[in-house]
Design a protein around this ligand. Structure first.
Ligand SMILES: Cc1cn([C@H]2C[C@H](O)[C@@H](COP(=O)(O)OP(=O)(O)O[C@H]3O[C@H](C)C(=O)[C@H](O)[C@H]3O)O2)c(=O)[nH]c1=O
Length: 196
């Protein structure tokens, strides 16, 4: 498993090693050891999956506020997505900046997104499946979100000009300027120190 930092150091890009042979391939798709070797001790407690029928579906930007803030490990097992992690930690040197990566069944890449980031993705293909681990339970009362099409953020979801499929809930999410300061970050600290 290759573990690399991204443009925002607390967000990691993981690429499993594929062992190919005449039958196909084998890969370890999750390795706590690989994360520990990178100084990460996250204990995931729940696996989630979402299926999106149509290319051009957008889910997010979502996060859970403390005390149920979630670290996520995202992978795409069918089709392809543009995955986005937005830094919402007050005081972070990368506050308001985001990481954007193409995750697909083909490249098998994964994003490790710590608490203190809003997460969303757009689908680049029909019948897309996304699986992700989280380290805190679902807490509807702590669910928060930011409009995926916020003008200040200007995220390119690579929708190819089509009108996105978005839930009614997501269509009503507030803009980034209305973000509640629920995460703080002591400059230079790890993601764990940012959830407050
Ligand atoms: C997240 C979640 C949802 N649900 C139920 C609640 C709703 O009745 C139904 C659909 O939930 P929602 O519309 O919030 O699903 P998404 O729009 O895919 O949201 C997710 O997608 C973005 C990209 C994320 O990063 C979050 O994990 C999550 O917010 O599943 C549960 O029962 N447990 C859960 O952990």
């Amino acid at each position: 498993m290759k573990v690399e930092t991204t443009e925002i150091p607390d967000v990691l890009l993981l690429t499993p090693k594929r062992f190919e042979d005449s039958r196909g391939y084998f890969a370890e798709t999750y390795s706590a050891r690989a994360l520990e070797d990178h100084g990460i001790q996250t204990r995931f407690i729940q696996d989630n999956m979402s299926y999106s029928e149509r290319a051009g579906t957008v889910r997010g930007l979502h996060y859970q506020a403390p005390p149920h803030a979630q670290t996520k490990l995202i992978r795409c097992t069918r089709g392809a997505i543009i995955d986005v992690a937005l830094d919402i930690r007050i005081g972070s040197p990368t506050y308001g900046r985001y990481v954007r990566h193409l995750l697909s069944a083909e490249n098998m890449c994964q994003l490790y997104i710590p608490a203190g980031f809003a997460h969303g993705f757009s689908t680049l293909s029909d019948n897309t499946e996304v699986h992700y681990k989280v380290d805190a339970r679902y807490a509807p009362e702590c669910e928060r979100g930011i409009a995926f099409d916020d003008g200040m953020l200007g995220i390119d979801w690579r929708l190819g000009g089509i009108s996105p499929a978005v839930s009614d809930k997501d269509r009503q999410l507030p803009g980034f300027e209305h973000l509640e300061p629920e995460f703080t970050c002591i400059a230079g600290s790890g993601a764990e120190a940012c959830a407050s």
